[in-house]
Design a protein around this ligand. Structure first.
Ligand code: HEM
Length: 127
């Protein structure tokens, strides 16, 4: 009788769809495309693993890559406030495009906003 995790509510298939649509947006975003590899295959695979555990599903990311330490893993990339907003706008579009479960959308977006802002490691002036 336990409550379902957000991962269980969304389902593996919809999460996969979300991640694909999200990186399609990222790949076409003028602020973002330059810092990502040309081939998104690995990025998509890792993000799907990460979001699975972030949403309460199995710890797929940690099993393969160890503790996420996301801020540290983003240090090689210049994450400016503008890029954090761009990342979030791609996610917002993706959530709507795949019609992510409405009861989960808002709370997840809020959590992702906090995580995204935590990733900022470069002030705008450095651009
Ligand atoms: C990896 C950018 C926020 C999760 C990456 C990579 C870039 C990037 C350039 C490397 C891609 C690759 O080489 O495959 C950004 C930017 C963000 C942001 C500009 C704006 C704030 C986030 C957030 C999350 C996240 C909010 C969590 C929900 C990940 C994960 C990886 C990753 C799991 C793979 C790490 C690994 O190599 O194992 N990100 N990211 N990112 N990002 Fe972000």
């Amino acid at each position: 009788d336990r409550t379902l995790t957000p991962y269980e509510v969304i389902g593996e298939e919809k999460l996969s769809e979300l991640v694909h649509v999200f990186y399609h947006q990222v790949a076409n975003h003028p602020e973002l495309k330059s810092i990502f590899p040309e081939d998104f295959t690995e990025t998509i695979r890792k993000q799907k693993q990460f979001l699975t555990q972030y949403l309460g599903g199995p710890s797929l990311y940690t099993e393969e890559h160890g503790h996420p330490m996301l801020r540290a893993r983003h240090l090689p990339h210049e994450i400016t406030p503008k890029r954090a907003e761009a990342w979030l706008s791609c996610m917002e579009i993706a959530m709507h495009q795949v019609e992510l479960n409405e009861d989960i959308r808002e709370g997840l977006f809020h959590r992702l906003s906090l995580t995204a802002h935590h990733m900022i490691n470069t002030p705008e002036e450095a651009e």
